[in-house]
Ligand binder design. Sequence first.
Ligand code: SF4
Length: 342
Amino acid sequence: MIKPFIPQLVYFEPDAFQYPLGQELKEKFEQMGIEIRYTTSHNQVRNLPGDNDFQKYRVAKSTLVVGIRKTLKFDTSKPSAEYAIPLATGCMGHCHYCYLQTTMGSKPYIRTYVNVDEILEQADHYMAERAPDITRFEASCTSDIVGIDHLTHSLKRAIEHFGQSELGQLRFVTKFHYVDHLLDAKHNGKTRFRFSVNADYVIKHFEPGTSSLVKRIEAAGKVARAGYPLGFIVAPIYLHDGWQEGYYHMFERLDAELPKDVREDITFEFIQHRFTKPAKRVIEKNYPMTKLELDETVRRYKWGKYGIGKYIYQKEEEEDIKEHLYGYMQKFFPQAKLEYFT
Ligand code: SF4
């Protein structure tokens, strides 16, 4: 993705205009000459253009819906944080394996919420409940929030909000490099800025519509220089021909391109590839030509929530992945901390 995301079509909930961000976005999109439509609810956008599901899915991925977040009960977000903070839902990226394919079901359009103050107030309640413990909030459970933040600056507000808080921390992960507007945010070290990285093979075949690895690493250098604690999520770790070399090369590039002076506080998270049966159905529908291996018979079944189990790698493969990636991390980033492998 060479240019920052610009929606092709925008829907507004009429109540969104009661908020300054709603007004501001309307003016912005009008000036840009983007078609604006209205919807009674961001949960019910119907009649998207397109002759079939395949086309409608692609149109949805470039449609932005501006609405109000009514449910202010945050989901939990283990293992990386206590709560998921809902600033947006959906993503313009086209990663074949994306978890949003199933969680968003028939609503793959992107939603942004203009009642940011109410969302942040709710975060304050959660922090107060857990005091004196720290409460961590994950902002990328339902979207790649950095990918749309150049339009809304909601993430920037959240970063500054947690920057002022005593017991709150924010984290998010992105595959986009549009970080410049976030560099001067007053984060006070309370936000961990993470980038999703992967072997070339995975990026090339399964992550269309996202920034290149080089751009992501360049952006990582910028945010680390701006004083943000930095992190990398290697996900999904995917077995393919030559995967050991592929991941070694990825670490090698991280090492070669990340400035030496920003390595004091880096975390890694390792997540192996997994899929569920419903996810497999959706992926095969939305990306019928994908090379993504989704064969239940070669995987290990792990029971999951609501009776929907996931297919992960066999025990020996899992050990092999862990050993190799952990080894590479220690070789190139001896000071880094592995937060978890899952
Ligand atoms: Fe999904 Fe992240 Fe890819 Fe967006 S960038 S499609 S959220 S995996």
